[in-house]
Design a protein around this ligand. Structure first.
Ligand code: AKG
Length: 264
């Protein structure tokens, strides 16, 4: 075992190193540039396998999942509140460091969703659910808790789509409110066609993560093999020094500002 790893076994050493390196870049500048230009990054968040497995177990034991028949919207919402491993993934030091590197602000995790199977959620941008002022200081980090491929619901995403104008309620709905969400989904399906966007799928090994920018169009790809699971966790982040609001509930001059419980 290397000396660095051996030292990590001494109580307090790993925590000290993580604090010391908070603002140390994870990647060289070209990779940072790649994120800003494509709107996504596949990376290794360095989360111990025991934590990944514990998060899956916590989800499987949770009230919304245990003993239920899983449909393709099944999820354990905000498991971080009760479950240490789910919270540890949201706060993984290498994830936070990467977000500091690419946003140059302190990341504030605020929501976790754990999935037993693919969501098959239609294509959307998180900027219709969450936005900030200044705009687009929000992102998602999706961690594969098992191997993910084209048969068990790999995410679909459209590289570069984060640079298109942010779609707001005024573009497709007569007023604010989640009841208009089907109009949004139909609008985005046409938007993808009109802009001739080309999809990619996130084929990830267990432990890998996909970081996406708030305005990157993405969705849950088809989960072809219904006998398989798609254990995964997404955490959503805002950033320090930004207000945040729910665009779905905002319209005209009104912004539906929100207070969040930051995961800490
Ligand atoms: O995991 C999925 O299938 C979809 C997740 C997603 O689209 C989101 O968190 O915004």
């Amino acid at each position: 075992m290397a000396l660095g790893s051996t030292l990590d076994l001494i109580p307090g050493v790993r925590g000290f190193k993580n604090r010391y390196h908070r603002w140390t870049p994870v990647y060289p500048a070209p990779i940072e540039g790649q994120y800003h230009s494509a709107g996504y990054l596949i990376f290794d968040p360095g989360i111990p396998e025991a934590t990944l497995n514990a998060a899956t177990k916590e989800m499987l034991d949770s009230e919304p999942i245990k003993g239920k028949e899983w449909h393709h919207g099944a999820r354990y919402f905000d498991g971080w509140r009760a479950c240490p491993a789910i919270k540890a993934i949201a706060l993984a030091p290498r994830v936070l460091r990467l977000l500091r590197q690419v946003y140059d602000r302190e990341p504030l995790p605020f929501q976790t969703l754990n999935f037993p199977v693919g969501t098959e959620q239609r294509v959307h941008s998180d900027a219709i659910h969450f936005n900030s002022d200044p705009a687009t200081y929000m992102c998602g980090v999706w961690v594969a808790l098992e191997d993910i491929d084209l048969d068990n619901g790999a995410l679909v995403y459209y590289p570069g789509s984060h640079k298109l104008p942010v779609v707001t309620m005024e573009d497709f709905a007569p007023g604010p409110g989640a009841a208009h969400y089907p109009l949004y989904e139909a609008y985005i399906a046409k938007y993808v066609e009109d802009h001739k966007l080309v999809a990619e799928r996130a084929i990830l090994k267990k432990g890998q993560a996909l970081l996406w920018a708030s305005n990157l169009l993405h969705g849950g790809g088809t989960h072809v093999d219904k006998s398989r699971t798609r254990f995964s966790q997404v955490t959503h982040y805002f950033f320090e020094g930004c207000s945040n609001f729910t665009p779905l509930e905002s319209y005209g001059g009104y912004r539906h500002l929100r207070k969040r419980d930051w995961i800490a």
